[in-house]
Design a protein around this ligand. Structure first.
Ligand code: GLY
Length: 373
């Protein structure tokens, strides 16, 4: 049965984007059945969950995506728009995105431009999407080799979190999500965030995948030292932190930028990886990027020992934090960053856990400060 952990983003008037919990993914039917015209875009990797959902919800058309960075393109977006056109989807249509962040990014962008915008429901199936990508309405695709350079911000009606798909998530992808979860913990300036409901612990997740080596974030997320920290509790707590930030700053004019901690470096790392044909997941690049942001913060004198603190956190969680590329490679890629203005780029700099600032830094300074040991 669907439950409402009380996480809502006010959009306008009486319109909200709400985070829901569904013990079984197909429980999403409880809210989807309210809509007359439903379409589904899903990741082929979760085809069995798509089939479960289609067994209890009537979709007019479905689109299966073979998910990859290459698929995150305007061609894929236009393919979804073609499906909607062929099905004569009206402005009342609701597009359900079932999959990881790539699926909500692609489907969300198609929904944002089809007939100037139709509604969406996100059912994220990866940890990364559950704690980050599927909340807050960002969508987008890659263009001319740069990540998410074309996109929109439009809040989904619902983001439905279910532990079920996490049970089949490969460990590498699970850890990539842990990187974004840790990012949220680092930027969380509301230590009062507490666990909504510890009862939603699923033994399957704990047994199958949960490395959950979270000894350190307990205090940062408002957990008592003695409480067992369960993945779903952290997921809901992270969703709450993110929703709060998005509600205060939906269009990233200010505070929301803190959620880009590690991402300026991460996007440069991903760009380099794409050019060289290396296989680095977004969350893996974020882990490396967070540590580089800590090093930059230390070297700019904004913090002391942050590189070491962040590196330890991420390593303890099982992530690799050493970037395989040179600072020169990364700085060259950063010149194309969405946040680049002239010769400087905005960086999110961690001064401490729960205290991050956004500051423009000259790329030449980044090169100089980070090149030396
Ligand atoms: N992924 C960062 C944001 O949604 O703002």
């Amino acid at each position: 049965m669907i439950s409402r952990p009380g996480i809502r983003i006010h959009v306008s008037g009486d319109e909200y984007s709400e985070v829901l919990q569904a013990p079984r993914l197909s429980d999403a039917a409880e809210v989807l059945k309210d809509f007359g015209e439903l379409y589904l875009v899903y990741d082929e990797a979760v085809a069995s969950f798509a089939a479960d959902l289609a067994g209890v919800v009537k979709f007019r058309s479905t689109v299966a995506l073979e998910v990859s960075e290459e698929a995150k393109s305007m061609e894929t977006v236009l393919g979804i728009c073609s499906t909607l056109m062929s099905a004569e989807a009206s402005r009342e249509a609701v597009l359900v995105a079932l999959g990881g962040g790539t699926v909500s990014d692609i489907a969300g962008f198609a929904a944002a431009i089809y007939k100037r915008g139709i509604r969406t429901v996100n059912i994220p199936t990866t940890l990364l999407a559950q704690v980050d990508a599927a909340i807050g309405g960002k969508s987008g695709v890659n263009f001319q080799g740069y990540k998410n350079i074309l996109g929109a911000i439009r809040q989904p009606l619902y983001t439905i979190l279910s532990p079920e798909p996490l049970t089949i998530l490969p460990r590498r992808q699970y850890l990539a999500g842990v990187a974004e979860l840790i990012k949220t913990i680092i930027v969380n300036n509301e230590p009062a965030v507490t666990v909504q409901n510890l009862r939603f612990a699923h033994p399957t997740i704990r047994n199958a995948h949960d490395p959950c080596p979270f000894t350190w974030p307990r205090a940062a997320m408002g957990f008592a030292q003695s409480q067992p920290v369960l993945p779903e509790s952290l997921i809901v707590a992270a969703a709450k932190v993110k929703a709060g930030i998005v509600e205060r700053d939906p269009f990233e004019a200010g505070e929301r930028r803190v959620l880009n901690l590690g991402h300026t470096f991460a996007h440069a790392i991903e760009h380099e990886a794409a050019v060289r044909g290396d296989d680095i997941l977004h969350g893996e690049a974020v882990a490396m990027g967070i540590v580089l942001a800590g090093r930059l913060s230390d070297r700019l004198g904004e913090s002391s020992g942050m590189e070491e603190t962040l590196s330890k956190m991420l390593r303890e969680a099982g992530l690799i934090v050493e970037c395989p590329y040179t600072i020169d490679n990364l700085v060259d890629a950063m010149r194309q960053d969405k946040k680049a203005v002239g010769e400087s780029v905005s960086f999110v700099l961690p001064k401490a856990i729960g205290d991050v600032i956004v500051k423009p830094v000259l790329l030449d300074d980044v090169r100089r400060l980070l090149s030396s040991d």
